[in-house]
Design a protein around this ligand. Structure first.
Ligand code: PRP
Ligand code: URA
Length: 213
């Protein structure tokens, strides 16, 4: 059993387990992988956004006036860590269509395994928004740590991270670097291999999502 840092929540739900198993299967097609990632993002978002504040407003149903809860205007920004983050993004936008979207282009250098930045596009008012970074894979966490550093630099204060599969080594590094950022994921896997891939994992998420290397 892997150690799970206190700032991590592993979302334990039969639908999440089922869909993740299908995604791990190497026989799963690109089309199915993409659909499953979008579906699982909805389930993970349910936990990630659970504490959004609500306010009571007066409405009228066809039968009677009533006070009813609605989201209290706390604005959201989803930040996709390219490329694979885009696979989680669409589902989140289905749930919160008015959210702003930021993009951070990072790839992991195949030799050094260090994140290399190639794009940065964030809204100006991140300080006023709940910021949810999305990337399915948290392996060494080099990319995640750097992406969170960038959104903090841009003013974000209320930050969450939505992932799919984590490695214990990366989770420990992330929790040490950003103990204030809560991470929501579907699984804490066993370990990293010699190439810093997550085991058992699901392979290269970006490649499987887009069908390119
Ligand atoms: C993958 C993944 C993360 C990163 C995780 O991206 O989507 O961003 O690797 O690895 P780390 O935790 O060791 O940093 P990749 O570099 O393969 O880029 P891609 O999404 O464009 O395929
Ligand atoms: N990036 C991926 O897409 N998968 C891994 O297992 C590690 C990094």
């Amino acid at each position: 059993m892997s150690t799970i840092p206190p700032s991590f929540t592993i979302v334990d739900h039969p639908l999440v387990l089922h869909k993740l198993t299908l995604m791990r299967d190497k026989e799963t097609s690109t089309a199915s992988f993409r659909t499953l990632l979008r579906e699982i993002s909805l389930l993970l978002a349910y936990e990630t956004l659970r504490d959004l504040p609500v306010e009571q407003v007066e409405i009228e149903t066809p039968l009677t006036p009533m006070m009813a809860p609605r989201l209290r205007g706390k604005k959201l920004c989803f930040v996709s860590i390219l490329r694979a983050g885009d696979g989680l993004l669409q589902g989140l936008l289905d749930l919160v269509p008015a959210a702003r979207v930021g993009h951070i282009g990072l790839y992991r250098d195949p030799v050094s395994k260090q994140p290399v930045e190639y794009l940065m596009k964030l809204p100006d008012d991140l300080g006023d928004r709940v910021t949810v970074l999305v990337d399915p894979m948290l392996a060494t966490a080099g990319s995640a740590i750097e992406a969170v550093r960038k959104v903090k630099e841009a003013g974000a204060r209320d930050i969450r991270f939505l992932a799919l599969v984590c490695a214990p080594e990366g989770a420990a590094a992330f929790a040490a670097a950003h103990p204030d950022v809560r991470v929501y994921a579907a699984s804490m896997d066993e370990r990293l291999d010699d190439h810093k891939y997550i085991v058992p994992g699901l392979g290269d998420a970006g490649d499987r999502l887009f069908g390119t290397k």
